[in-house]
Design a protein around this ligand. Structure first.
Ligand code: NAI
Ligand code: OAA
Length: 330
């Protein structure tokens, strides 16, 4: 994507806590690389515009050489006009005691008009990352309302789960994060997600040999990663923000620039039926980014232990899809 023409990056929920952690990193060049100028298009609800203006003032004050402009909108058609990258962050965050299912109707309505606006006015090469929860199903709603945009351009963020899993496994194995490859998050960005270490490698050796601790895997690793969002809320009194922004940067950077040779990452992408995930659902898979497109890593053995966990998370995605269908959101 490197060129002198600025890339239009639309960020919804720009005045929120993830927005505040994200915008400065985009403007500094971390989203698209150090040679790509960006124009920011901040989309907020009317009550959020003033705070977004304040953030825009601070962005100005950073004098980022790659920041070619900032515009602020309170209407989706204007916000997504000409967008090359859209980060759909704006949504209602989960508060203590609330499960993602509760959020479906509160947030579903936001993503229908945003999908339609992307369909109407975004650039031909638009890439969409949905961060706002429930991310997979919100991405599905937006995608369903953008029939002229290739479905593969709509993705949901499970990179934060992936990074959390990397960090937990690195701690257990006593190795730097950089030595771990081929981890996978399967399914939904929710407590049913399945962080899978059975294909992961630690310095080139199977992670399950290096760790070889089934009790830790089942009783510690999987629940720690899957419930990390709730643990952060309990500790911080607010949901993950800087780590979520970091994961969004990682996701888009890899999508545009490719995943490292020999490794893969995790992203919620539209299923083509691989690994028994019903076609059309937006589910997390092991993915490589090649030539600017996500590809599902094929041919991995899925044993009974993994199969049951993938199936449980996918079943939740099916339930969410059916629920938003009933609400008339897709
Ligand atoms: N996928 C993931 O890994 C993660 C997802 N999240 C989710 O990200 C979302 C945002 O989180 P925070 O920034 O902490 O929330 P926040 O409440 O601090 O900010 C949300 C912002 O979105 C704005 N907004 C609401 N509706 C909008 C609309 N229709 N158009 C444009 N802007 C709109 C609000 O005015 C607010 O400024 C939440 O849904 C949260 O659950 C959070 C962490 C990780
Ligand atoms: O759990 C939440 O509500 C926020 C979130 O998605 C996460 O931190 O993974």
């Amino acid at each position: 994507m490197a060129s002198n023409t600025p890339v239009n990056v639309t960020v919804t929920g720009a005045a929120g806590q993830i927005g505040y952690a994200l915008l400065f990193r985009i403007a500094s060049g971390q989203l698209l690389g150090p040679d790509t100028p960006v124009k920011l298009r901040l989309l907020e609800i009317p009550q959020g515009v003033k705070a977004a203006e304040g953030t825009a003032m601070e962005l100005d004050d950073c004098a980022f050489p790659l920041l070619a402009g900032i515009d602020i909108f309170d209407e989706p058609n204007a916000g997504f006009e000409g967008a090359n990258v859209a980060l759909l962050v704006g949504a209602r965050p989960r508060t203590a005691g609330m499960e993602r299912g509760d959020l479906l109707s509160a947030n579903g309505g936001i993503f229908k008009p945003q999908g339609a606006a992307i369909n109407a006015g975004a650039a031909d090469d638009i890439r969409v990352l949905v961060v706002g929860n429930p991310a997979n199903t919100n991405a599905l709603i937006a995608q369903q309302h953008a029939p002229d945009v290739p479905a593969e351009r709509f993705t949901a963020m499970t990179r934060l789960d992936h990074n959390r899993a990397l960090s937990q496994l690195a701690k257990k194995a006593g190795v730097p994060v950089a030595e771990i490859t081929r981890l996978t998050i399967w399914g939904n960005h929710s407590a049913t997600q399945y962080p899978d270490i059975f294909h992961a490698e630690i310095a080139g050796r199977p992670a399950s040999d290096v760790v070889a601790d089934q009790a830790w895997l089942e009783g510690d690793f999987i629940p720690t990663v899957a419930k990390r969002g709730a643990a952060i809320i309990a500790a911080r009194g607010a949901s993950s923000a800087a780590s979520a922004a970091n994961a969004a940067v990682d996701h888009v950077f890899d999508w545009v620039n490719g995943t490292p040779e020999g490794d893969w990452t995790s992203a919620g992408i539209v299923s083509d039926g691989s690994y028994g995930v019903p076609e059309g659902l937006i589910s997390s898979f092991p993915v490589r980014s090649v030539g600017g497109r996500w590809e599902i890593v094929q041919g991995l053995d899925v044993d009974e232990f993994s199969r049951a966990r993938i199936d449980a998370s996918v079943a939740e995605l099916v339930e969410e899809r059916d629920a938003v269908r009933e609400l008339g959101l897709i």
